[in-house]
Design a protein around this ligand. Sequence first.
Ligand SMILES: [Zn+2]
Length: 101
Amino acid sequence: MNLKIAAIRSGTDPVGNLPGGSFTRTLETPLHCPKCDVTYYTVVDWDQSADRWFADNSRPLLTLLRKAIFMGHSTDHRVTHFETEGVVVTSFTRHEALAKP
Ligand SMILES: [Zn+2]
């Protein structure tokens, strides 16, 4: 199973399923948008987070997620849930989240 990491915007609920289902771990370091005070917490499968190479293996994925969050700044961080296994970042969106007040 490939390492998969999800990033969820603080204060929102995950839109899709999280990696690891109910056995998840939230990483200690949240991802910050470099342009505002929005943060995303990161979630991984519990077993994968316990892997001895996790720190190394997770780094490129966290870089991708950080980039996706930075890109999301221009659209008010409307995407509150990202996920990646590397290379591609998937955005989870909810329809009501797209409607602006
Ligand atoms: Zn921002």
